[in-house]
Write a protein that binds this ligand. Structure first.
Ligand code: IMP
Ligand code: MG
Length: 180
């Protein structure tokens, strides 16, 4: 079983849902009357996006972007590539990027710099998890679900070597799994 490779649960499904509802309420209030576009960074952000959007009560659109990820390693290579770009222009729109986790900050820094060139009306960042201790690039984050310690986590969309995304909670993997 996948869950057998988890050392411990860091954030339960209940706490994720509770916090997601709080953020959705905040976003709904902050963007009332605005042309809101949620931009999800694939693949890890998709679980959070889907739960978040269902709790947002104002009209909004979604679009997707994919960047090169960690592969089988747990360390950022520092190199970020766009694998899939947005379908639609974002000029004049209020953009909220929805991320699973911000670690070194390199990915989100790259994505925001690219999107800013397209002249959105506003550009803000929402991340479920924040690993502040690991930050290498300073990026302002507008909505944070949870600040977490410097540990490699899986579940709720996040993977190790493309597995564990389906776990409903956020867990810390047994170190022997990624030390192999
Ligand atoms: P950054 O560029 O170092 O901020 O890393 C961003 C991306 O790396 C995240 O969007 C995740 O896809 C992935 N990532 C970072 N830390 C973790 C983790 O602990 N577990 C799973 N994926 C992670
Ligand atoms: Mg991600």
């Amino acid at each position: 079983m996948l869950a057998d490779n988890v050392d411990r649960i860091l954030i339960t499904e209940e706490r994720i849902i509770e916090r997601t509802c709080e953020i959705a309420r905040q976003v709904s209030a902050d963007y009332e009357g605005k042309d809101l576009w949620l931009i999800c960074v694939l693949k890890g952000g998709v679980t959070f996006l889907v739960d978040l959007m269902r709790k947002i009560t104002i009209p909004h659109s979604v679009d997707f972007m994919a960047t090169a990820s960690y592969g089988a390693s747990t360390e950022s290579s520092g190199e970020v590539r766009i694998l899939k770009d947005l379908d639609d222009p974002i000029e004049g729109r209020h953009i909220l990027i929805v991320e699973d986790i911000i670690d070194s900050g390199r990915t989100i820094d790259y994505v925001t710099r690219i999107l800013r060139e397209r002249k959105p009306a506003s550009l803000r960042i929402c991340t479920l998890l924040n690993k502040a201790d690991r930050r290498e690039v300073d990026v302002p984050i507008d909505y944070i679900g949870f600040d977490i310690p410097n540990e490699f986590v899986v579940g709720y969309g996040m993977d190790f070597d493309q597995l564990y995304r389906n776990l409903p909670f956020i867990g810390v993997l047994k170190s022997e799994i990624y030390d192999m």
